[in-house]
Write a protein that binds this ligand. Sequence first.
Ligand code: GSH
Length: 235
Amino acid sequence: MKLYFSPLACSMATRIALYEAGVDATYIEVDTKMKRLAADGQDYRQIYGLGMVPALITDEGELLVENAAILQFVAARFPQANLAPLDALGRARLQQWLCFIGTELHKALFVPLLDAHAPDGAKHYALEKGPARLAYLAQHLTEREFLLDRFSVADAYLFAVLNWSTVTPVDLSRWPGLKEYAKCLHKRPTVARAFEEEQKLSFSRTRAQQSCVKRDHRSPRAARRNWRGDIPAAR
Ligand SMILES: N[C@@H](CCC(=O)N[C@@H](CS)C(=O)NCC(=O)O)C(=O)O
C-alpha cells in the first residue's frame, strides 16, 4: 500500500489510521504546491490529476482518493484495528462526522484561511461561519474522548484538521473541550508518532516545497498575531 502525503496536511489522518492498523505502507511525499513528488520531482498529476493529497494505491494497484473514502477503506481493509463501527447506524454516524470534518471544517473553514490566494471576503466568510461549527463540535465532545464511542478514523481526520488552528486565527481556547480533545488525542501513540514524523519533515522543507498546511515554528499566539492568511510556515 502506498500513501501520497504532504507533511501535516489532511493526509496525516491516513498515516494515523495505517499506524493504528499496524500496516507496513510506503509513504511518498508530495509537494502539493508544485504538484511534484518531493523525492524525484515527478509530476504528481500523472498519478492524481487534481494533484491533491491524500491518494492511496492499494495492494491491488487501485488508486483511491478523498479522505473519507480512503479512511473508510483502511478501516474496512483492516477490521482488527477497530477503526470504524460495523453496525448500520454506527457506520452512518462515522460518515456523518467524516462529512462534517471534510466540508464544514476542512474546506469551508480552514482552506480559505490557509490559502494565500483566497480573497479577503472568503477569509471573513469562513471566520464568520466557523465559530458555530466549532461550538457544535465542542458541545458534542463534552465529556467524550472520541467522536464515536471509541477511537475511529474520524478522530484521526479531526486531529489533522484541528492542528491547523495553531497557524490561523481560529483560537481553540474559546472551546476548551476541543483543546482538551486534541491534547488527549495527541497522547495516543499512533497520533504522536505520525505528528512528530510529519512535523520533522515539515520543518526540513524549504519555502519552495511548502504545502497548503504547515505548523508554525512559533507559539500559536505569535503565529496568529502575524497571520496574513498566508501559507503558515512559508516565511
Ligand atoms: N476533498 C479532498 C481534499 C483534499 C485536500 O484538500 N488536500 C489538500 C491538503 S490538506 C491538498 O492537497 N491541497 C492542494 C490543492 O488543493 O491543490 C479530500 O478530502 O481528500
